[in-house]
Design a protein around this ligand. Structure first.
Ligand code: NAD
Length: 276
């Protein structure tokens, strides 16, 4: 992704917000950060642990951010300190991006009923769905009344995707949480939406079994016969987080080259993707 690909402007000028979920330059959250920064947003970042600071630190600096807080969403103390830091430095925020998910690698290959354990289920739902409820509650306490929130989901919530397993269940919960949070915060004018992105090569995607086949199949079977461009996901986030998204809330917006819209894919490209 070249810098000039992110349209510049003032759509986010005067808006400040938190982006949770940048691990490296391939993270979807990073594409969103670059797009929001290109439109004038001031951004604070969280990073998951010391090991990731080495990568996230320089990225945050490159978009002029000076708020970088360590946060593990399973640890209440780090959640407390993240939002206390924002309150202390900024007082109020205008947006939240939640781009966090996790399931153990053992849960993400093979049969759903055989692989899903109680602990694996609890941890996937805690990190990938509950964390949005928790972050949204904390963010709403310091959010201006015309603020907005976005989370990242995937089609595995609506349909069975091989190996996605418990993460599909977590994403279904996340999308339901999005609607409930939207209803709670709607009267204040705060909008809450989910972006359902097609497969993108990131650290998280690498944890899912048969990833290579997934990309080939998505390319062949989507309406656009192409993989999802992170730029499109970032553009959707800009729309939903800026005033352009007025009146849009509780929505799960697909940015996947139209993969979700297809009932029966074209035979030619699909044959190649399946037989290879
Ligand atoms: P990524 O690996 O770059 O980002 C995942 C992030 O989750 C990382 O920054 C990681 O540090 C964070 N995380 C995991 N456990 C955490 C914890 N306990 N505390 C705090 N942070 C934690 O991968 P990505 O693909 O950019 O994922 C971002 C979001 O997009 C996820 O919700 C993912 O499910 C979703 N998504 C990804 C794709 C895809 O194909 N890559 C498609 C649709 C949706």
């Amino acid at each position: 992704m070249a810098e000039q690909n992110f349209p510049t402007g003032n759509l986010m000028k005067g808006k400040r917000g938190l982006i949770m979920g940048v691990a490296n330059k391939n993270s979807i959250a990073w594409a969103i950060a670059r797009q929001l920064a290109a439109q004038g947003a001031e951004i604070a970042f969280t990073y998951q642990g010391e090991a990731l600071l080495r990568r996230v630190g320089p990225l945050a600096e490159s978009v002029g951010s000076d708020i970088l807080v360590e946060c593990d969403v399973t640890n209440d103390e780090t959640m407390d300190s993240t939002f206390a830091t924002l309150k202390e430095k900024w007082g109020k925020i205008d947006f939240l991006v939640h781009a966090i998910a996790f399931a153990g690698k053992d849960q993400l290959a093979g049969s759903f009923i055989d692989q899903t354990t109680r602990e694996g289920f609890k941890s996937a739902l805690d990190i990938s769905a509950y964390s949005f409820v928790d972050a949204a509650k904390r963010a709403s306490e310091i959010m201006n009344d015309d603020g907005a929130m976005v989370t990242l989901t995937y089609l595995g919530s609506e349909r069975v995707i091989p190996n996605y397993n418990v993460m599909g269940v977590a994403k279904a919960a996340l999308e339901a949480c999005t609607r409930y949070i939207a209803a709670d915060l709607g009267p204040r004018g705060i909008r809450v939406n989910a972006i359902s992105a097609g497969p993108i090569k990131t650290l998280a995607a690498a944890g899912i079994g048969s990833g290579r086949h997934m990309f080939k199949f998505n390319k062949a079977a989507s309406a656009m016969q192409d993989n999802t461009d992170p730029l499109g996901v970032a553009g959707a986030a800009l729309y939903l987080l800026s005033d352009l998204g007025l009146s849009c809330t509780g929505e799960t917006h697909h940015v996947d080259g139209g993969f979700h819209a297809i009932g029966m894919p074209q035979e030619g490209p699909l044959k190649e993707a399946i037989c290879d």
